[in-house]
Ligand binder design. Sequence first.
Ligand code: GLN
Length: 541
Amino acid sequence: MNQTKYIFVTGGVTSSLGKGIIAASLAKLLQARGYRTTIQKFDPYINVDPGTLNPYEHGECFVTDDGAETDLDLGHYERFLNVPTSQANNVTTGRVYLSVIEKERRGEFLGKTVQVVPHITNEIKERMQLLGKTGEYDIIITEIGGTVGDIESLPYIESVRQLVWELGENNSIVIHLTLVPYLAAAGELKTKPTQHSVKTLMESGIKADILVCRTEHELSDDLRQKLALFCNVKREAVIQSIDASTIYEVPSLMLKEGLDVVALKKLALPEKSSPDLTQWNEFLHRLKNPKQTINVGLVGKYVELQDSYKSILEAFIHAGAANEVKVNVISIHSEFTNAENISEKLKGIDGILVAPGFGERGIEGKIETVRYAREKGIPFFGICLGMQMAVIEYARNILGYTDANSTEMNLQTSYPVISLMEEQKNIVDKGGTMRLGAWKCAIEENSLAYKIYNKNVISERHRHRYEFNNEYRELLENAGLKCSGINPDTGLVEIIELENHPFFIGVQYHPEYKSTVANPHPIFVSFVAAIKKHKNNMITA
Ligand code: GLN
């Protein structure tokens, strides 16, 4: 196939309708039919990337192999498709303007007045086609962040309009995702917000080819007919997206509604075989039929917002299904956890994950939690800041370095067991300057880490500034803290673990970013298995 085809996904009526999940589900179906598919997201905010955003603002920042700090929807794309994304898959208004302004400073516009149309829109169009031009994909799905009608979305909508025109007949389609609300008082589903939203799109010169309607109730035939007539789409192009019990069910719901078939028809592409979802459905079956439940305490400071730890929660879903257990993740606020209330806070918890994070707030609660897990033999998993806290806890309570700390929290500490690398010391800019993306790690054979990965060298994604301070490595190792994973090029400690404990591991990187439905992450899988085993031992003991 020579021509890459484009699917644009826009959203109307409200935000949070789940454009990312619809895009990922459609991509999954197309991939399962044998089309090489990827998804990219264009976000209308002015931050150059979401790396500088507080998790409360925008949820988790997802990190790719090439070190891009991106929107959390890219996590869904990877989890559904099992294909890595990159910097090119996430573009923000900030990035677009930055690059246009840099070109202007270099004189690349040859004295022209630089304007939103055509310069910003050209930059957007170019970036929209970047992955398409690699020849690696048959179909590119582009999700436009925000809601149609927003001032900040206008350049994107105009770029889509131009591209649809330029690409020509059958080479692109527009899917519009809207809400069909149910008015309880009237006992009716209402189509008017969708009609208005489609009209807004039309005013910008874009005709939706397919309507995906989020709804809490089944859409009747009459209602589908009405939506088709008033929104100017074919009857078969009105797709119902009813609330699902899990996001992983959405691909089969979309298959039932024929979303992939309608899209392929509009793109003049053959249906090929029916989608092969065998592995996916097996996963779904295990997910829905757990044999046991375990409770994992997620100890962090951003627990009020579920999206802050999105990839961790999803990794537990994958690992739970792999172990045929339901993983109940219970959020525990580290800020309100201390030595006095710890046993009460962790009552009924079978395993503990200490979460990633930044800054001082809540860290003493995290350290106390590690101590509790270590002393009581509760399966423990520390990620990034969670691993750093485990090192500090060990230094304080085993080596007796009572004020041991990370220099992120206390510059004056007598024992900076976690500290800044030399090359980080002179960095002033916050955006994109952490240790980011994929780095190698060599694993010691006689270790828990090796049992988990069964590999000598792994590659995992990072997002942090501070590191295990190697000046304390020998002291800590002699005291029993095993450094089982080391970066082979820099000597930095990536994995720590404890022997004589049911399961105790801390990793400097973020394994959660690499867990997918097809490839649940081995640490999460082993952690859940260890919790299950430990829990069952406790019951029979
Ligand atoms: N704040 C720590 C650092 O920068 C940990 C970061 C994280 O948990 N992602 O090193």
